[in-house]
Design a binder for this molecule. Structure first.
Ligand SMILES: NC(=O)c1ccc[n+]([C@@H]2O[C@H](COP(=O)([O-])OP(=O)(O)OC[C@H]3O[C@@H](n4cnc5c(N)ncnc54)[C@H](OP(=O)(O)O)[C@@H]3O)[C@@H](O)[C@H]2O)c1
Length: 252
């Protein structure tokens, strides 16, 4: 049995009903051959979040420049891969050289920025000389601020999460560069994935086809033992997870 590690901002969501909103009692029988890890990752709530956040809220168009933070994580890695499938230039922001190397080599992003060792604003200017058309934000804080400053004309900022602030004793001050939304006639919009429940089927259909065609790679990190649940949850905040954080409780 596997459990998805569910973070603070998602606590309003109900992972048991991901496959179809009409599943009786919230229990879903997986199709034959479907790995449970995939059902909880690329085809699970984080994959669905990536899909609707990028395509519906971000309204990405072929040829645009997409930047995603938390890029090597469960949601971010799928966002970037969908953007690549939609023929966009995609730049991922992640913590550490190893994660950035994975983005370039395995997820085939156009570029990667290691926010722990590089100046994000400088690198965004280098990698997005015409500005950012869609910024998919998983982290908030100074990275959101840097992206706002580099927004292109009619750029969109998709507010998915703000993990940099979840543990903060005091809420941080708002982004300084939000006025660039005015100058660039931009749009910043938040969303919560459960609002798309009635449309999950259409996303699962597309995501399944992309996985089957090896255009999207599952990226999962399975820890073991119910007693390790708190430790597994903390991995998200320390950036120790490599893709979707799952916890194996017992064999099926
Ligand atoms: N709106 C919705 O409906 C919805 C649904 C699902 C998830 N979410 C949000 O989506 C985001 C990603 O969730 P996920 O489950 O896919 O997790 P994830 O990206 O797999 O894991 C979290 C990642 O956040 C990064 N991180 C942690 N602290 C950070 C900090 N202070 N600054 C910058 N990055 C930091 C770490 O990567 P690095 O090593 O790169 O730092 C870590 O691996 C979260 O904010 C979550 O709340 C929203």
């Amino acid at each position: 049995m596997l459990a998805a590690i569910w973070c603070k901002a998602c606590s309003a969501g109900r992972i048991t009903r991901w496959w179809t909103p009409r599943s009786p009692g919230g229990v879903t029988k997986l199709p034959p051959g479907m790995p449970i890890t995939r059902a909880l990752s690329t085809l699970g709530l984080t994959g669905l979040t990536a899909y609707f956040g990028l395509l519906d809220v971000g309204r990405v168009v072929e040829g645009e420049t997409v930047v995603v933070s938390g890029a090597a994580g469960a949601t971010g890695s799928v966002v970037g891969q969908i953007a690549r499938i939609k023929r966009c230039r995609v730049i991922g922001i992640a913590g550490g050289a190893e994660k950035c190397a994975w983005l370039l080599r395995e997820a085939r992003f156009t570029g990667a920025i290691d926010y722990k060792s590089e100046d994000v604003r400088t690198r965004l200017r280098e990698l997005c000389p015409n500005g950012i058309d869609v910024y998919f934000d998983n982290v908030g804080g100074p990275i959101l601020d840097a992206a706002l400053a580099e927004l292109a004309f009619r750029g969109r900022v998709v507010l998915c999460g703000a993990i940099s602030s979840y543990g903060a004793a005091e809420l941080p001050r708002g982004p300084r560069n939000y006025m660039n939304l005015i100058i660039q006639r931009g749009r910043m919009e938040g969303f919560v994935i459960i609002d798309y429940a009635k449309r999950f089927g259409e996303a699962v259909k597309d995501l399944s086809a992309w996985v089957a065609a090896e255009q999207i790679k599952d990226h999962v990190d399975v820890q073991e033992g119910l007693e390790n649940a708190p430790k597994a949850l903390r991995r998200l905040f320390a950036g120790e997870n490599r893709g979707k954080q799952l916890l194996k409780i017992a064999d099926p």
